[in-house]
Write a protein that binds this ligand. Structure first.
Ligand code: HEM
Length: 406
């Protein structure tokens, strides 16, 4: 059993290998953990995480100016508050809900069939790297109205940007690389923005270019920030959730058999995957004044990281929290993708994820397609499962074998 000693560090290799082993002790013994190397605080109890994310006066997103803006090339939704946040959030939401969402479903299906086709006769696929990553980038490019053929370079730039935001420790070389990625993505986007201003279509970039805020349209810098915001926010959690869903179903054959028999259980399986292994593990905030918790105090001005994975496994919030159970009565499928969710995988409060319904539809559509194709699905011989990431976390790869489809 690992021990949370005074020298325990969330930056250690042991923690990175399996943070879930430490969450119970963190919640019980160090619910407000201070990490001296980066001078940040980590809260792990469900109640505390919910409080930090909901009390917007006491905990701001001020630190994103340093943590995100340099690579986002403009302000992102998480930095905004008040009328500006409401108006711009509404414009982005329009690209991911209602008719826009329904219109995307056939493209999601076509995209998934095309990407999976080469692997079906072989009977082996790395569901994360061969399929999930290109799939998730394609879907976001479709929504934005960017060319799918550019997915590899957009994906590379996006990875550099995500690295900047999610690294707790970044070397000067990696920092330069991340900033280069952001500059290249910005240079790629600017001509597209200009073109959409002249000839708007139905895509999200056109909506961002034409939406008026306070009687004026957004500047190129504002539109660029929101495009990169959507790109970064929507792709990584989606590919990780899809791979984690299949991992949990392969690990629990009886639940896999139930989902195969009753595909309408997929929503519950996705919700439980998000609760059990949230792809976004850390959400940062800045304490505006001294913040006193039952287990310690976060001083004014300090960065505090909400540990979503630990909060979702808090026995005060969920019964038998370490058990993966798609039938758990304390989750609730429908509410798991709304502001009423009991798990915190989409955050909560003002900045709660706007893509929850879209992510559900995207993953449900693709999983419903894949399950009948992946007959006798199992881990490939010799495959060793490994997860990576502290901020966002998911499988490094997911090699699966199945009955070849001729
Ligand atoms: C399984 C998939 C997803 C997960 C787990 C997830 C998770 C999250 C979390 C934890 C936050 C809160 C961040 C904070 O409070 O600072 C967030 C916000 C956000 N998400 Fe998602 N997300 C997912 C999919 C998507 C998709 C598909 C989109 C597409 C639009 C998206 C767009 C956003 C945006 C724009 C925000 C910022 C909202 C604001 O600040 O008002 N997400 N997401």
């Amino acid at each position: 059993m690992p021990v949370v000693t005074p020298r325990f560090s969330v930056l250690s290799e042991d923690f990175a290998a399996d943070p879930y082993r430490y969450f119970a002790q963190l919640r019980e013994q160090a619910p407000v953990h201070h990490e001296p190397e980066i001078d940040c605080y980590f809260v792990s109890r469900h109640e505390d995480v919910k409080r930090v994310l909901s009390d917007h006066d006491a905990f701001s997103t001020e630190m994103l100016q340093v943590r995100a803006e340099p690579v986002m090339r403009g302000p992102i939704l998480a930095q905004m508050t008040g009328a500006e946040h409401t108006a711009k959030r509404k414009t982005v939401v329009r690209g991911f809900t209602g008719r826009a969402l329904q219109d995307q479903i056939p493209a999601i299906r076509a995209n998934a069939s095309e990407l999976m086709a080469p692997f079906l006769p072989v009977g082996r696929v790395d569901l994360l790297n061969d399929f999930g990553k290109p799939f998730a980038v394609h879907v976001t490019l479709d929504v934005l109205g960017l060319d799918r053929q550019d997915w590899e370079r957009v994906g590379d730039w996006h990875s550099g940007i995500a690295e900047f935001i999610t690294s707790l420790t970044l070397t000067p070389e990696r920092r330069r690389h991340c900033l280069d990625c952001a500059e290249q993505l910005e240079a790629y986007l600017l001509p597209v923005i200009q073109e959409r201003r002249r000839r708007p279509g139905e895509d999200l970039i056109s909506k961002l270019c034409t939406a008026e805020y306070d009687g004026t349209v957004m500047s190129d810098r504002e539109v660029t920030g929101l495009i990169i915001n959507v790109l970064v926010a929507s792709t990584e959690p989606a590919d990780k959730t899809l791979a984690l869903l299949f991992k949990h179903l392969v690990d629990h054959p009886e639940q896999l058999a139930q989902v195969r028999r009753e595909p309408e259980l997929l929503g519950a399986a996705i919700a439980e995957t998000l609760r059990h292994t949230p792809p976004v593990q850390l959400i940062p905030r800045q304490a505006e004044g001294d913040a006193v918790f039952a287990g310690g105090t976060v001083p004014a001005g300090a960065t505090v990281f909400c540990m979503v994975g630990a909060a979702n496994r808090d026995p005060d919030a969920f019964t038998d929290p370490d058990v993966f159970d798609i039938h758990r009565p304390d989750l609730g499928t429908a509410r798991s993708f709304t502001a009423a969710a009991q798990h915190l995988s989409f955050g909560t409060g003002l900045h709660q994820c706007i893509g929850a319904a879209f992510a559900r539809a995207e993953i449900e559509t693709v999983a419903a397609m894949l399950l009948p194709l992946l007959d006798q699905v199992r881990y490939s011989p010799g495959f060793r499962y490994r997860e990576t990431g502290l901020y966002t976390r998911g499988p490094a790869s997911l090699w699966l074998d199945f009955t070849p489809v001729r």
